[in-house]
Design a protein around this ligand. Structure first.
Ligand SMILES: C[S@@+](CC[C@H](N)C(=O)[O-])C[C@H]1O[C@@H](n2cnc3c(N)ncnc32)[C@H](O)[C@@H]1O
Length: 543
């Protein structure tokens, strides 16, 4: 359904309400939703690592330590028309209708998806309700709408975030950022220059004449070191936010707490038993990466050398083979993954594979640009053209896929399975049964190796403590299984799924108990896993 546009014309009464909201927002800033925090941790500081959080008492795994609403947040540009600018709810989110509790964990039943309406003036801000729109207008949007209308999607996320910060602080230095670490001296001259340019650009959005150039640079530095990427349930980045309390938690590559997002709210839970006075740590980066990569990432963005247990241990250990993608020709380890895929240095092996990697990159890009929906085609292209391009991409992938548990390869396999399934549906639409059967055989082959690789990669023991990557892999694995189980009730693929469902059942039980600790039973992640479990139980019972 095409969302309708909403005019900014308001009645006197609604305007009054909005202004009341606005005043309330500004005055209660220091008492936003920061639940329970002081009960569970205290902020201390030392010269080596600045402020840090320590447990006020013994914390058990799964304990909710902090629940915080961001002081400011913005959605990423690709999310503009998917999320409410005011409350951050997503258009695919469904409203809760009721709960069935006869199957172990509670299952939530949802009704219709949220429909968003956009600001008729800038056509960039979207809202889930009139209330949200009025509220946002009163606090922020009336001060940014004109510049949004002028610059459209080209406004960088950081400029939009800084605009909101300065709107909130009424142009003065924001008090909620005064205690945040800036690491100003560590930024290179080039980066400082870039911040200067951003300040110039910012001027098109908000008057920052009350601040000196140095104060502005200090704020940009603070944003880089303290801002959080807001992620959705599948850990894809959907926005950025600034959280006053969460910004006090330091990093460890073996953290004892886990931060995740419920909409734009940050929630932090204990992963382990944390003793009173022990530091509470979270991870800033992907812990699945080898130590060299972790070290580099932490130094470049956060300017410190990590001295956590894992880093001290890793230093003396060779990096495990699963961190590497073997070269498809000489089978030598080659470091390549999605995170440094665009970097020039993709590792090295004895045979020169530049050409292969070039092809692989192209194929990967092509896959990314396709909305791989195995059930229905969403593109307007004629079916046979879609099949042709899918086949071309599949061919490139099949040539290069090596069975390994590496994240990157798993991603490719995942895409390949999506693409093969989609081809099957398209071929069936064309009544090309022989070709559909051939593709089906291919699909079976890849599903087998994919599920095996996933199980070996850690689907059975996923835990954000180990890695966010394993976490997403596991969810993806269950999603694929679920999708295939629904669409292949008979035939060889069904038998294959049956073979694996027992292994998956073990993996799911582990995942559920882990998600119980990391996210809690009310989280959508836990609910999604419970739904998979129900699906798997039903599937096994029917066979
Ligand atoms: C989000 S802030 C965390 C709180 C910060 N310590 C403070 O004083 O406000 C991130 C910054 O804290 C410091 N930091 C975080 N983890 C650290 C660690 N394990 N060792 C040393 N410094 C750390 C780095 O300067 C990093 O850029």
């Amino acid at each position: 359904m095409q969302p309708s546009e909403v005019k900014m014309v308001q009645t006197e009464q609604s305007m009054k309400k909005a202004i009341e909201h606005s005043m309330k927002d500004l005055s209660i800033l220091s008492s936003r939703t920061i639940d329970k925090s002081d009960d569970y941790f205290q902020i201390k500081s030392n010269p080596n690592k600045g402020r840090f959080a320590v447990a006020s008492k013994i914390l058990k795994p799964g304990q909710l330590i902090l629940k915080e609403t961001p002081v400011v947040f913005v959605a990423d540009a690709v999310e503009y028309n998917k999320r409410c600018f005011s409350c951050f709810r997503c258009s695919t989110e469904k409203s809760e209708q009721g709960k069935i509790s006869d199957f172990g964990p509670q299952i939530t039943v949802f009704s219709e998806c949220l429909s968003l309406s956009r600001c008729s003036k800038c056509k960039l801000a979207w809202y889930c309700s009139k209330d949200c729109q009025l509220r946002d207008w009163a606090v922020y949007h009336k001060k940014e709408c004109v510049s949004y209308a002028k610059h459209k999607e080209s406004v960088p996320t950081s400029i939009r975030l800084m605009t909101k910060i300065l709107i909130l602080s009424q142009g003065a230095y924001p008090s909620f950022m005064s205690d945040m670490i800036s690491n100003r001296q560590q930024f290179s001259l080039q980066e400082v220059k870039k911040f200067g340019e951003m300040s110039l650009l910012l001027h098109n959005f908000i008057d920052h004449s009350q601040l000196t150039a140095i104060q502005l640079i200090d704020l940009w530095c603070k944003l880089q070191c303290n801002g959080f990427s807001i992620c959705d349930d599948e850990l894809s980045k959907v926005g950025v936010g600034l959280y006053e309390k969460a910004a006090c938690f330091n990093h460890s590559c073996r953290p004892n707490a886990y931060a995740y997002f419920n909409g734009h709210n940050l929630e932090l839970r204990a992963l382990d038993t944390i003793d009173a006075e022990q530091e509470i740590t979270i991870t800033y980066i992907e812990t699945f990466e080898p130590q060299t990569v972790r070290k580099k990432n932490l130094k470049e963005q956060y300017f410190f050398d990590c001295l956590c247990d894992k880093c001290c241990q890793d230093e003396s250990k060779p990096t495990t083979r699963s961190d590497y993608l073997p070269c498809p020709v000489c089978m030598q380890a080659l470091f390549i993954n999605e995170f440094n895929f665009h970097a020039k240095d993709n590792g090295s092996c004895t045979c020169s594979l530049e050409h292969t990697f070039h092809e692989l990159k192209l194929a990967y890009k092509a896959f990314k640009s396709l909305t791989v929906s195995p059930v229905k085609s969403q593109t307007a292209k004629p079916i046979d053209e879609q099949i042709k391009s899918l086949k071309a991409i599949e061919k490139t992938f099949q040539k290069h896929l090596v069975p390994t548990s590496h994240y990157f390869t798993l991603q490719l396999s995942h895409s390949l399975i999506g693409s093969l399934s989609r081809s099957i549906f398209l071929l069936l639409d064309l009544s090309n049964i022989p070709e559909a059967c051939k593709t089906y055989t291919e699909l079976t082959r890849y599903v087998k190796s994919y599920i095996e690789a996933l199980i070996c990669a850690g689907a059975s023991k996923f835990h954000p403590f180990i890695s966010n990557t394993y976490f997403t892999q596991s969810i993806t694995c269950f999603q694929i299984w679920d999708l295939l189980a629904h669409n292949h009730q008979k035939g060889p693929l069904c038998e294959l799924l049956q073979d694996y469902s027992e292994k998956l059942s073990i993996a799911l039980n582990t995942s559920l108990s882990n998600a119980n600790a990391t996210h809690g039973q009310q989280s959508s992640t836990y609910i999604q896993l419970s739904q998979f479990k129900m699906s798997l139980t039903t599937f096994l019972a029917q066979k």
